[in-house]
Ligand binder design. Structure first.
Ligand code: IFM
Length: 472
C-alpha cells in the first residue's frame, strides 16, 4: 500500500488523546461468506436474503467478501493502514449453529486464528457478539419477541467469551437493537421480515434484557473483560417549533434512542416510552428485576451514528404519528444526511444525559458511488471530506469533555449492505465482488496518514507509558 494522500490540515489530530483507538468495523454476515462451511448453521439473514424480493438483486451473504477465507489478507491490509483496532462480529450460527448447546469447535478455531493474527499485527479487537444473525432455529421458536431468546443469548455470550476471551479483552453485546427490533419485526425490511408492532416492542425489550444478561454472564466467567452495548443514536430535530412537530420529534427520540439508552444507563424505561407502547403492553413485558439486569454496569458504550433526521408531525402515521426526513444536504448514495455536527451533538448528549462512561464511536461512515478508475484507483473524495468533517466533530466533542476513546469507521471493506445488497459501498477498501480483489480507496490512504500523524504527535507529547493505556 503506497499511494500518498493529502491530509486535510483542518483536522486537528491534537484533539485526540494519546492512546486513542483508530479502527474500522465489519460484521460477520456482511463480510464472511462461507455460509455453508465449517458446520455453520442457518441464520435469519440466510433465510431472509434467500426469500425472493427481500434484498436488491436477490443478493445474499453466501459469499460476501469471502473474509472467512481471505482474512489473512484483510488483517495484512489493516496492518498496512496502521489500524489500532478492528471491530468485528462473531457469527452466532458459526459458533453455535442452532442457538443452544456446546460451541462448534471449527468456528471457535476459526475465530482463534483471526484473533491471534490480529494480535500479531498489533490490531486490538473489539468483538461484537450479536450483529443481527439470529440462529433460524431460535426464530422458529419465537425469535426476539420470545423472552427465552435473551437467555439463549446470555448462554452463548458466556460460552464465547470463555472460548475467546483470552484473545480479546473488549466485547460488545448487541449491535443496534433498534434495527433488530423495529426493522426486523416492525416494518419487515430486515430479517426475519415480520411486521407486527407488538412483536417489535417485545423484541426491543428482550434485546435490552439480552444485553444485561450477557453483561452479567460475561462478568461471571471472565471478570477482566470490558463489556458494553452499541446503540444507533440518531440526531433528531423538530421540523418547526410548532407543538405538534416538537412532540413528534420527542416520540421518535423515545422510540429510536431512549428506549435503549434509558434502561441500559438509567435503569428504567422512560414514562413516555411506556405510554407510547401501552397498547403493545410494554409494561407487562418488563418483569420484576428486568430493569436492574438491563442496567448492569457497562465498561463503555458504543455509539453508532449516521443520520440527522428532521421530524414532522404526521397524523396518518399509525406508529409514531411522525414523518422523519434526512436533514439537508442528503448526499450519501443512500440519501442520508451529511451533518458532521450531529456526531458532536450525539456524543455530548450521551455523555451529559447518560454517563461519563468511556465512549467509542463504534460505527460512522457513508456510502458513495465508488468505482475503480482506468488507472486502477478509487478516488472517493466525498468519503475523505465526510471523514474529515465527522472526525473534526468528534475532536470537538472531546474538547467539550466527552470521554471518547476510539473511532471505528464503517466499514473496513465494501460489503453486503443488508436489504440493499452489494450496490451500496461503505468501505475504506473497495471490493470487486467478481474477483474478490481488494483496492484501498483514497480514503484508506487518508485514514492511514491521519493515524500515522496522530501517532507521531502523541509520541512527541505523551509521557512514556501513557500512550498505550487500556480504554474501557
Ligand atoms: O451496514 C450497517 C451495519 O451493519 C449496522 N449499522 C449501519 C450500517 C450501515 O447501514
Amino acid at each position: 500500500m503506497t499511494a500518498a494522500s493529502g491530509l486535510d490540515e483542518r483536522l486537528d489530530v491534537a484533539a485526540f488523546p494519546p492512546g486513542f483507538l483508530w479502527g474500522a468495523a465489519t460484521a460477520a454476515y456482511q463480510v464472511e461468506g462461507a455460509a455453508r462451511e465449517g458446520g455453520r448453521g442457518t441464520s435469519i439473514w440466510d433465510t431472509f436474503a434467500h426469500t425472493p424480493g427481500k434484498t436488491v438483486h436477490g443478493d445474499t451473504g453466501d459469499i460476501a467478501c469471502d473474509h472467512y477465507h481471505r482474512w489473512p489478507r484483510d488483517v495484512e491490509l489493516m496492518r498496512e493502514l496502521g489500524l489500532g483496532a478492528y471491530r468485528m462480529s462473531v457469527s452466532w450460527t458459526r459458533l453455535q449453529p442452532a442457538g443452544h448447546g456446546p460451541l462448534n469447535p471449527i468456528g471457535v478455531e476459526h475465530y482463534r486464528q483471526v484473533l491471534e493474527a490480529l494480535a500479531e499485527a498489533g490490531v486490538r479487537p473489539l468483538v461484537t457478539l450479536y450483529h443481527w444473525d439470529l440462529p433460524q432455529a431460535l426464530e422458529d421458536v419465537g425469535g426476539w419477541p420470545a423472552r427465552d431468546t435473551a437467555f439463549r443469548f446470555a448462554d452463548y455470550a458466556a460460552l464465547v467469551t470463555k472460548a475467546l476471551g483470552d484473545l480479546a479483552s473488549d466485547w460488545v453485546t448487541v449491535n443496534e437493537p433498534w434495527c433488530s427490533a423495529f426493522l426486523g419485526y416492525g416494518d419487515g425490511k430486515h430479517a426475519p421480515g415480520r411486521t407486527d408492532l407488538r412483536d417489535a416492542v417485545a423484541a426491543a425489550h428482550h434485546l435490552n434484557l439480552a444485553h444485561g444478561l450477557a453483561v452479567q454472564a460475561i462478568r461471571a466467567g471472565r471478570s477482566s473483560l470490558a463489556v458494553g452495548g452499541s446503540n444507533l443514536i440518531t440526531d433528531l430535530v423538530a421540523a418547526t417549533s410548532r407543538e405538534e412537530d416538537v412532540a413528534a420529534a420527542r416520540r421518535v427520540d423515545a422510540n429510536n434512542n431512549r428506549m435503549f439508552l434509558d434502561p441500559m444507563l438509567h435503569g428504567s424505561y422512560p414514562e413516555d416510552v411506556l405510554y407510547l407502547y401501552r397498547r403493545q403492553a410494554l409494561a407487562e413485558l418488563v418483569k420484576p428485576g428486568d430493569e436492574e439486569v438491563i442496567a448492569s454496569p457497562s465498561d463503555f458504550m458504543g455509539v453508532n451514528h449516521y443520520q440527522r433526521l428532521v421530524v414532522h408531525a404526521e397524523p396518518a402515521d399509525a406508529h409514531l404519528g411522525a414523518r422523519s426526513v434526512p436533514a439537508e444536504p442528503a448526499t450519501t448514495s443512500l440519501g442520508w444526511s451529511v451533518r458532521p455536527e450531529s456526531l458532536r451533538n450525539v456524543l455530548v448528549r450521551v455523555s451529559r444525559e447518560y454517563a461519563s462512561l468511556p465512549l467509542y464511536v463504534t460505527e460512522n461512515g457513508a456510502c458513495f458511488e465508488d468505482y475503480v478508475d482506468p488507472n486502477g484507483r478509487v478516488v472517493d473524495s466525498e468519503r475523505i471530506t465526510y471523514l474529515a468533517g465527522y472526525l473534526a466533530a468528534a475532536g470537538e466533542a472531546i474538547r467539550d469533555g466527552v470521554n471518547l476513546r476510539g473511532y471505528f469507521a464503517w466499514s473496513l471493506l465494501d460489503n453486503f449492505e443488508w436489504a440493499e445488497g452489494y450496490r451500496k459501498r461503505f468501505g475504506l477498501i473497495h471490493l470487486d465482488y467478481g474477483t474478490q480483489a481488494r483496492t484501498p480507496k483514497a480514503s484508506a490512504y487518508w485514514y492511514r496518514d491521519l493515524i500515522a500523524r496522530h501517532r507521531q504527535t502523541s509520541h512527541r507529547e505523551a509521557p512514556a507509558g501513557r500512550a498505550a493505556s487500556r480504554a474501557g
